[in-house]
Design a protein around this ligand. Structure first.
Ligand SMILES: [Fe+2]
Length: 489
């Protein structure tokens, strides 16, 4: 689009599209499994207006768009709309960008003063019949799951005190409760963290605040059957730096990581902090659970340094992708031991965007899926997304000793984060739905949703649904069954 810089953040797969549209009768190649009846909601950042200042973090600040890929009765349709955030509406009214650097209001135009800065672009969260578009720097926006119209900012009926809710919630499949948290809960660079429980009817039943060891990027967290875990990695914020017009995040290699552990239904006064390795970074956790001995096992897509190039630049770091030290790490925490330490075991390769069956959340589990880079692929990966390179290998990791399964894409193709669709058939592992982007020219791409047997990756897609329109890379997605959607009408 016109006026955007000629940089990786705004070209190729990342080229802004800026269009709301709806498509019916999508072409389906193969047979859509009968289990796959519902809507795949996706959060897609797409900047409406060119930036007025240079910002490495701009790739995270694209206006939130919500897309819905609806599948049912052998047919498929697609729609995408902007989330009408206060920020988006103000910029549309002005006809230009008003907000400056990623999470730095001191760089905004005067017209932006006092406005909600969030772009609600990270995860479409579904719980208790409500669809919320989330981003960790603000409160969610509620969106109509049928029309994708924005209803407005959501504060759980006036109950929520935290100014922020992260994009990664955890839902206990057995209780139906949603566990969520917000950091920088009372403002920029604050150490305040809010921990909330939302009951199965969607009522915010509990909100407690605590202080983190330092203000850090707390992107995700984890639950077990009886505990909640708050991991802290040393990507940190400083108010003086923000006031000077600097970046929100800097990664500090010399600082300890921490995991705060408390009983799920306990008091924040019971939080115990366990010390992890220095300098490590993680965006997404695969799962956590209590083992037979009562120890907490916490599985995460860990790296030895923050992998985002713009954060490394702001931190004076320049670590080559091969030296990131990525691994699926299991941190074992013994609550009975007096010490504050933990042990780490590597249980999988480098990767990110982990997925598990919703029924395994917080419980002992046997397998999960994630995306990674195919080391054997000839040629570079597709450029795009926040890290600058898209994943091209889908893995099924087994924690019972069975071999890892994989689905590799050829050069020029890449995966977006899959969602898991369960199957009611006994012994069937369900399906993975993932958008696959294919580069067909220097700036041309084609896109299709792949539906894959989750236990048989190498068979490739059982069905492909073509999207005859340009798509920008998605961040996270959420599957909502047709039955759940119907019940929410
Ligand atoms: Fe995330």
């Amino acid at each position: 689009m016109e006026g955007f810089p000629d940089t990786l953040e705004y070209t190729g797969l990342n080229a802004p599209i800026g269009e709301e549209y709806e498509l019916q009768g999508l072409a389906i190649d193969g047979r859509v499994p009968g289990d796959v009846e519902g809507t795949f909601f996706r959060a897609v950042p797409d900047p409406k207006f060119p930036p007025f200042m240079e910002d490495g973090g701009a790739v995270l600040s694209g206006d939130g768009m919500i897309s819905a890929l609806r599948i049912g009765g052998g047919k498929a349709g697609f729609a995408i709309r902007y989330v009408q955030t206060e920020r988006h509406r103000a910029e549309v009214t002005a006809g230009r960008a008003l907000f400056g650097k990623y999470r730095n209001p001191f760089t905004d135009k005067p017209e932006a003063t006092g406005l909600d800065r969030t772009v609600a672009n990270t995860t479409p969260v579904w719980h208790a019949g409500r669809l919320l578009m989330t981003k960790e720097d603000g409160r969610p926006y509620r969106v109509d799951p049928h029309t994708l119209a924005t209803a407005g900012r959501y504060d759980f009926g006036g109950k929520l005190k935290s100014e922020t809710v992260t994009a990664h919630v955890r839902i206990d499949a057995q209780s139906g409760e949603m566990f969520l948290f917000g950091y920088e809960a009372d403002g920029l660079a604050s150490t305040k963290v809010a921990y909330c429980i939302v009951d199965r009817q969607g009522n915010l039943s509990r909100e407690q605040w605590f202080d983190a060891p330092y203000c850090s990027m707390m992107h995700d967290f984890a639950i077990t059957e009886h505990f909640v875990l708050f991991p802290i990695y040393p990507t940190t914020c400083d108010l003086a730096r923000l006031k000077a017009g600097g970046d929100h995040w800097v990664h500090e290699m010399q600082r300890d990581s921490w995991v705060g552990v408390m009983p799920r239904y306990g008091d924040v006064a019971e939080l115990r902090w366990f010390r992890g390795p220095k300098g490590v970074s993680c965006y997404h956790m695969m799962n956590a659970f209590e083992d037979a001995q009562g120890r907490i096992q916490f599985d995460q897509c860990l790296s030895s340094v923050n992998a985002f190039p713009f954060i490394q630049r702001a931190s004076g770091l320049n670590v080559a992708p091969a030296n990131l030290g990525g691994r699926l790490a299991r941190w074992s925490i013994d609550l009975q031991a007096g010490a504050d330490g933990m042990t780490e075991t590597t249980i999988g390769p480098p990767g990110d965007l982990p997925v598990i069956p919703a029924s395994s959340q917080g419980r002992p589990y046997t397998h999960g899926w994630m995306l990674t880079m195919n080391q054997g692929l000839q040629g570079p990966p597709v450029a795009g997304g926040p890290v600058g390179a898209m994943f091209n290998l889908l893995l099924r990791l087994d924690f019972t000793g069975k071999p890892t399964l994989a689905l590799a894409l050829p050069p020029g193709q890449c995966f977006n984060e899959p969602v898991h669709v369960p199957s009611p058939a006994p012994g069937h592992e369900g399906w993975l739905l993932t958008m696959v982007d294919q580069q067909v020219g220097p700036a041309d791409f084609e896109h299709a949703l792949w539906i894959i047997d989750a236990a048989n990756l190498s068979a490739g897609p059982a069905a492909r649904i073509g999207i005859p329109h340009r798509l920008r890379p998605q961040v996270h997605g959420w599957w909502v069954s047709a039955a759940e959607l119907a019940a929410a009408r």
